[in-house]
Ligand binder design. Structure first.
Ligand SMILES: Nc1ncnc2c1ncn2[C@@H]1O[C@H](COP(=O)(O)OP(=O)(O)OP(=O)(O)O)[C@@H](O)[C@H]1O
Ligand SMILES: [Mg+2]
Length: 273
């Protein structure tokens, strides 16, 4: 029987919406991977078009990051930044475009198989399990792994000592900054090659933000690529190898962090002068 509400409502298959009306969900079967293209960046979501219902939110946007580099996406509220992240992670079916990672076209993979292919994703909202302890959150992050993950957990605790001190405490009792550290740590538990962060510094103080950015730089130096959406645009572009300004689901400006910071038009329109 066809679903009379199939074209209505929230078609997003994120963790906060376990029963999407929509186009993708975590249990959907993966299709095959195909070879990527010669000269591809490490990750590229290319010419992405798609949305939640009939209207497209992404209008041909392209985002890419090289190995061990930091790519930052900025843009006004509602520009489609989170939607682009979901598309790259496979939580949103694309009408057009492709996602290619490490030499493979992974457009047909579901999110679970994208994790296996090397993606780690920290969504903008609901990125920890609040009623589970910090340690249980990290264990949940590792659930796709069949091997011994204790060493990875130790590395996460070394990266975020504040989190290590709270390992027996429920994640919901932590400060905003500590919770973001748990969320990043959880994503690191699968030893991703690409770490995707949607507003990791939302709601944290400037000092905690600087600290988190330092840790993100440290993660990138180990060879992990970072694709990050940030509302703290100036500070994020300072640490970016490449920056994207996204407007209405399309690329408006692209350049190195320094180039975007130096562009008077970008400064005036998107960085508050
Ligand atoms: N689950 C959803 N179902 C339907 N529409 C959605 C859903 N999520 C987002 N949208 C719509 O898609 C558009 C882009 O939203 P998105 O969350 O990608 O923007 P954003 O750039 O991440 O914004 P913000 O800076 O506020 O996080 C908005 O118009 C929003 O209303
Ligand atoms: Mg968003």
């Amino acid at each position: 029987m066809s679903d009379p509400f199939a074209n209505r409502g929230n078609r997003d298959a994120s963790v906060v919406n376990p029963r999407p009306g929509g186009t993708a969900d975590g249990s959907r079967h993966s299709g095959p991977t195909r070879p990527g293209r010669t000269g591809d960046p490490f990750l590229i979501g290319e010419n992405m078009r798609g949305g939640y219902g009939k209207a497209d939110i992404l209008n041909g946007c392209t985002l890419a990051v090289e190995k061990g580099q930091i790519a930052v996406i900025v843009g006004p509220n509602g520009a489609g930044k989170s939607t682009a992240m979901k598309a790259i992670f496979g939580m949103l079916n694309l009408r057009e475009g492709s996602v290619r990672l490490d030499g493979q076209d992974i457009s047909a993979l579901n999110p679970q198989d994208r994790v296996k292919a090397g993606m780690g994703f920290v969504p903008q909202v609901a990125n920890v399990f609040p009623t589970m302890t910090v340690e249980e959150n990290l264990e949940m992050g590792a659930y796709l792994r069949g091997d011994d993950f204790r060493q990875t957990m130790q590395q996460v605790y070394e990266l975020f000592p504040a989190v290590a001190d709270k390992r027996r405490q429920n994640a919901g009792e932590l400060s905003g900054g500590q919770r973001q550290q748990v969320a990043v740590g959880r994503a690191l538990m699968t030893q991703p090659k690409l770490l995707m962060l949607d507003e990791p510094t939302a709601g944290v103080s400037p000092i905690v933000m600087d600290e988190l950015f330092d840790r993100i730089i440290e993660i990138a130096r180990t060879g992990i690529s970072i694709l990050m959406v940030e509302q703290n645009a100036k500070q994020a572009l300072e640490i970016a190898d490449i920056g994207y300004v996204l407007v209405q689901g399309a690329n408006r400006y692209t350049g190195t962090g320094a180039q975007l910071m130096a562009d008077p038009e970008v400064r005036r329109t998107f960085l508050g002068g």
